[in-house]
Design a protein around this ligand. Structure first.
Ligand code: NAD
Ligand code: DAO
Ligand code: ZN
Length: 390
């Protein structure tokens, strides 16, 4: 890795490169170019591995480009900035944002959504807003960016609209999780659904996203919070994060009973809010149909496999159930991250509790393996104090 005065120069550092779908990442030295105008180069200190990284690495993501630097749940320190950058400066502690916030586009100004149009087209193609990449390997081959973040590298370059400066007293090894899973679930409960005191809630899928929905619903004083999962290992997490009930959707049903029937029976006609945090389209249907007639709202958070479609009888909607979706929990990263960090510092928002595994960066492929275990919520990788295996 390069020394102190790196501004304006290419940096050689260690990254995990996704060369081919379905193959392990290659941990090797790469070259990271300096940031251009309205770009920021970040020394990434910690990153977690999320299912979306695994989804893209598996090859089924239509936007997945190879070779690339994956990773989108990361935090670090600004190393240098390009011309015209005013929102962050060298030395700032930052979180990379896969949902940008330019505060100028039609979406940002609408007051209706956290989706931003500023870098959407180029981000989806794996390049910076000028259409080029800041990454190359030592053979000189270009490496694509990923989700505007590419946190599986000791240094990354992101657009200025895709980064937020945070309170430097918040530990980067914890708040990297606010770059995706925790913010997504929590925001879906308190912003997208805006759960109110006394509401009944069912969450399908007890991973980091689902458990964060639960903590948001608990904070809002929901009267019943039911976690539905098919893995009994999630029962202990259900309790820890504030669920009132746990149902194993495969084994806790009476003969012939469906999960929808069970939930309706438990809640006098259905739930006020349900959340899909599985990405399974059949579960999405169950989540909608378990909603209360007249007002129940189901929020899709899970990312389904490419080409999958959802279905239900239109009568479910005619009779007042509402189907919605939520990206990054509806949170505007630059305007609202500070509030989440304050909540975390006050102990209102659990973050550390999601870190079930820690590893040096060089062991990133094992972190992908961990995703298959029911006990693993998040593996946090330490990029700066990791032995280089180059
Ligand atoms: P995870 O894999 O850790 O958790 C998923 C959980 O769902 C697991 O506990 C699993 O046992 C459970 N599950 C699987 N099939 C089930 C079924 N049929 N019924 C009930 N439970 C079932 O994943 P995560 O990190 O919590 O992410 C959850 C989903 O959210 C993923 O699809 C991810 O891609 C997506 N996601 C979406 C956004 C967004 O902005 N919309 C952001 C982050 C993640
Ligand atoms: O603005 O058209 C758009 C796309 C926004 C992408 C939102 C992504 C939400 C889900 C991705 C899972 C993230 C880990
Ligand atoms: Zn915008």
């Amino acid at each position: 890795m390069s020394g102190a005065s790196t501004e304006g120069k290419p940096i050689t550092c260690v990254a995990a490169v996704a060369y081919e779908a379905g193959k392990p990442l290659t941990v090797e030295e790469i070259i990271v170019e300096p940031p251009k105008a309205h770009e920021v180069r970040i020394r990434v200190e910690y990153t977690a591995v999320c299912h979306t990284d695994a989804y893209t690495l598996s090859g089924v993501d239509p936007e997945g480009a190879f070779p690339s630097i994956l990773g989108h749940e990361g935090a670090g320190v600004v190393e240098s900035v390009g011309e015209g950058v005013t929102n962050v400066k060298p030395g700032d502690h930052v979180i990379a944002l896969y949902t940008a916030e330019c505060q100028k586009c039609k979406f940002c100004l609408s007051g209706k959504t956290n989706l931003c149009g500023a870098v959407r087209a180029t981000q989806g193609k794996g390049v910076m807003p000028d259409g080029t990449s800041r990454f190359k390997n030592k053979k000189g081959e270009t490496l694509f960016h990923f989700m505007g973040c590419s946190t599986f590298s000791q240094y990354t370059v992101v657009a200025d609209v895709s980064v937020v400066a945070v309170d430097p007293s918040a530990p980067l090894e914890s708040i990297c999780l606010l770059g995706c899973g925790v913010t997504t679930g929590y925001g879906a409960a308190v912003k997208t659904a805006d759960v109110q005191e006394g509401d009944t809630v069912a969450v399908f899928g007890g991973g980091t996203v689902g458990l964060s929905v639960i903590q948001g619903a608990k904070l809002r004083k929901a009267s019943k919070i039911i976690l539905v999962d098919i893995n009994d290992e999630k029962k202990k997490y259900a309790k820890e994060f504030g669920a009132t009930d746990f149902i194993n959707g495969r084994t806790d049903l009476k003969e012939g009973q469906t999960i929808v029937e069970k939930l309706i029976e438990m809640t006098d006609g259905g739930l006020d809010y349900t959340f899909d945090c599985t990405g399974n389209t059949k579960v999405m249907r169950d989540a909608l149909e378990a909603c209360h007639k007249g007002w129940g709202t189901s929020i899709i958070i899970g990312v389904a496999a490419a080409g999958e479609e959802i279905s239900t009888r239109p009568f479910q909607l005619v009779t007042g159930r509402v189907w919605k979706g939520s990206a990054f929990g509806g949170i505007k990263g630059r305007s609202e991250m500070g509030g989440l960090i304050e909540d975390y510092k006050k102990g209102k928002l659990k973050v550390d509790e999601f870190i079930t595994h820690r590893k040096p960066f060089a062991e990133i492929n094992e972190a992908f393996e961990n995703l298959h275990s029911g006990e693993c919520l998040r593996t946090v990788l330490d990029l700066q104090n990791s032995p280089c295996i180059c």
